[in-house]
Design a protein around this ligand. Structure first.
Ligand SMILES: [Zn+2]
Length: 649
């Protein structure tokens, strides 16, 4: 692969890159995939487009790390994603515009898979590259999702060099050295930090096998011997103008998310390059048409006049709008066919313009003529994919396993008896720990209160709840008995009301440390989460505490951003986040720092945290019920207790 360029004064250049006998003319774009597929398109349609290369983020296919089907099944990446054999693929550790993840370590990065955050080590990544044989690969790289600190910057560069060297050595030891080409990941840092990379190219023999440079954002000034290498950018672009400016800075290949984003929003891309001449214009032209718009309801034009894509040759705007209105999936297929085609034409125009020497002038005109952003999305898109969802709030599965009903009648009977036995054991085990007020009576109304409260408190207003409870009491005839119960319920109600008034039962975010200190004085039990807004593990703690707060209203749950509590952070010696601190009667009784005490993994059960809080008496034991569980973590809690003898001493 080599670049022989013809450039514009600004730095845009045309050239060609040879990837496994296929000549790619640059500037060009690689099409991002989601879990290996180009969203909305079948492989035969992708083949017809003759896309320069498909970008595959390995994290999309690595739900179970080394046990993931992409690695355990036979065959290369092309077999896995059903790409045509002539279609080049680029493998990268992460998808384009990845979700933020925790900082990398010395030999791993953190990825976000469909089943949660995972550690991807360089060893596993190299194993995947050797197995999948992509034509192009970006080595593992530590690309921070927020601006890195001074200490981290040299580490990022060091890791880029080390991990790339390890990959090159592994490739060299196999036949893959000639078929898999490496794009060196250049971190988005000031040139002063990049010296180790420039040294690598000067001193290391392996540098001869580097096929290009992969930039995450800016193109840094490069030494003369690196200028000839093809440059790829995985930057996120918001508009075609940003792409043009990026090409002016000397980028040869981009990986735009914009195409699928426009399609998902129901937008047909209609910009072209070079732009149409200005004399026919009064106002700025739209970059795309929002096909949800009513003005297209009877419009019998193709999506873009003059377009010869599969969609525009046969279908009209009115029909595409009709399909969108009906949420018919073929609407997004037709839009994607057009949008990918429009992008192909856009890049043909860019190359022609650079060759003719008009590029900088054409970019200026483009900026003058077109609007700067796409029409706003309506929010009615096709079904969301995993990477678009917030994975930190996934609810645990609550359904009972179905398999038990498929057993033979005898097995079923045994299973039922066993279940019944477990329930009785549980009741006997834990009686001593029950809430005294609620336990000292077998009165059904008190149980009723607890049940109703647990299920309805969050949704119903207080007066409705009160009415419902008291109306149940009308069923009891004995007046004295009734009054006694009524009195008891009222007391209980007052207690809950008082708790609510203090802000219990909800997970509160406070802004300053003064408030935190006030809460530790005014509430008997307080649990405080010191968090960082960008840390995934803090979000995980939040989701668990939120659930616990709803059930344990005897305790006040608050969270504060560590940056807003400088005094407390120093005083309490907090160096690692998330940090959960528990106060009882204004005394610090427990500190839970990081995940070390929570199994050191991201997918621990809420019950584990609940149990820990219980042990430090930051929360009270929940009242036991045989018929229905007040807490969904009930079962795990029982198991954990039997493992931990301390609790019973
Ligand atoms: Zn079209």
């Amino acid at each position: 692969m080599a670049i022989s360029s013809l450039s514009s004064p600004s730095g845009a250049r045309v050239s060609s890159v040879t990837v496994k006998n296929k000549v790619l003319k640059t500037p060009c774009f690689f099409l991002p995939t989601s879990r290996g597929t180009v969203p909305h398109l079948t492989p035969d349609n992708v083949e017809e487009f003759d896309i320069p290369a498909l970008y595959v983020g390995l994290e999309d296919c690595l739900d179970r790390l080394e046990a993931s089907p992409i690695l355990t099944n036979e065959g290369t990446i092309k077999k896995w994603i059903a790409a045509p054999s002539v279609q080049p693929t680029l493998l990268a550790p992460r998808r384009t515009s990845p979700l933020p993840s925790v900082s990398a370590g010395q030999s791993h990065i953190n990825i976000v898979t469909a089943s949660g955050a995972k550690k991807l080590t360089n060893d596993l990544y190299i194993k995947a590259v050797l197995k999948l044989c992509p034509e192009l690969v970006i080595p593992l790289n530590d690309t921070p999702t927020s601006p890195p600190g001074v200490k981290r910057k040299p580490k990022i560069v060091e890791r880029s060099v080390n991990w790339t060297t390890e990959l090159l050595l592994a490739l060299k030891a196999t036949d893959a050295f000639n078929t898999t080409k490496v794009f060196f990941p250049v971190p988005d840092l000031d040139t002063q930090y990049l010296t180790p990379i420039f040294q690598f190219f000067q001193e290391n023999q392996l540098a001869n096998n580097i096929a290009g440079l992969a930039f995450s954002n800016n193109v840094n000034p490069l030494p003369a011997d690196l200028v000839g290498l093809p440059r790829l950018s995985i930057q996120k672009f918001e508009s075609p103008l940003e792409i043009l400016k990026c090409i002016q800075r000397g980028i040869d290949i981009i990986v735009p998310d914009m195409i699928t984003q426009a399609t998902d929003a129901g937008v047909a891309l209609t910009f072209s390059f070079p732009p149409p001449s200005k004399d026919v214009l009064n106002s700025k032209i739209e970059l795309g048409l929002d096909m949800w718009d009513e003005r297209f309801a009877t419009d019998m034009e193709p999506l873009q006049s003059g377009c010869v894509c599969k969609t525009c040759r046969r279908y009209k705007r009115a029909y595409v709008r009709h399909l969108l209105q009906a949420r018919e999936l073929v609407a997004w297929i037709l839009l994607q066919l057009h949008n990918v085609y429009a992008f192909t034409a856009f890049f043909q125009g860019i190359r022609a313009s650079i060759q003719e020497g008009n590029f900088d002038e054409d970019v200026r005109k483009f900026e003058e003529i077109y609007m700067t952003s796409f029409p706003a999305s309506h929010g009615f898109g096709p079904r969301k994919r995993g990477y678009q969802m917030d994975l930190t709030n996934v609810q645990p599965v609550e359904n009972k396993p179905a398999w038990i009903s498929m057993k033979s009648p005898l097995e079923k009977e045994i299973a039922n008896e066993y279940e019944a036995l477990k329930v009785t054991e549980r009741k006997e085990d834990t009686q001593d720990y029950n809430e005294p007020e609620l336990h000292n009576s077998n009165d059904p109304t008190v149980d009723l209160y607890a049940d109703t409260y647990a299920t309805q408190a969050a949704t119903e207003s207080d007066s409705e709840l009160e009415d419902a409870l008291f109306s149940q009491l009308d069923e009891f005839d004995d007046t004295a008995y009734r009054e006694q119960r009524l009195e008891m319920l009222k007391k209980e109600f007052a207690r809950v009301e008082a708790a609510k008034e203090k802000g219990h039962m909800q997970f509160l975010t406070v802004e300053n440390e003064r408030e935190v200190m006030d809460f530790t004085l005014s509430s008997k039990k307080v649990v405080i989460h010191f968090y960082h807004p960008d840390f995934i593990r803090c979000k995980i703690i939040d989701s668990h505490l939120e659930k616990i707060a709803k059930v344990h209203w005897e305790t006040k749950f608050i969270r504060i951003e560590a940056a807003n509590a400088p005094f407390l952070v120093v005083k309490l010696g907090l160096k690692v986040l998330p940090a959960v601190l528990c106060y009882v009667n204004s005394q610090l009784v427990d500190k839970i720092i990081g995940f070390a005490d929570l199994g050191n993994k991201d997918d621990f059960e809420t019950s584990l945290l609940e149990f820990r809080l219980l042990k430090s008496s930051a929360i009270d034991r929940l009242k036991e019920e045989s018929s229905s569980n007040k807490s969904i973590y009930h079962d795990e809690l029982q198991n954990n207790q039997s493992d931990d003898s301390d609790f019973f001493e």
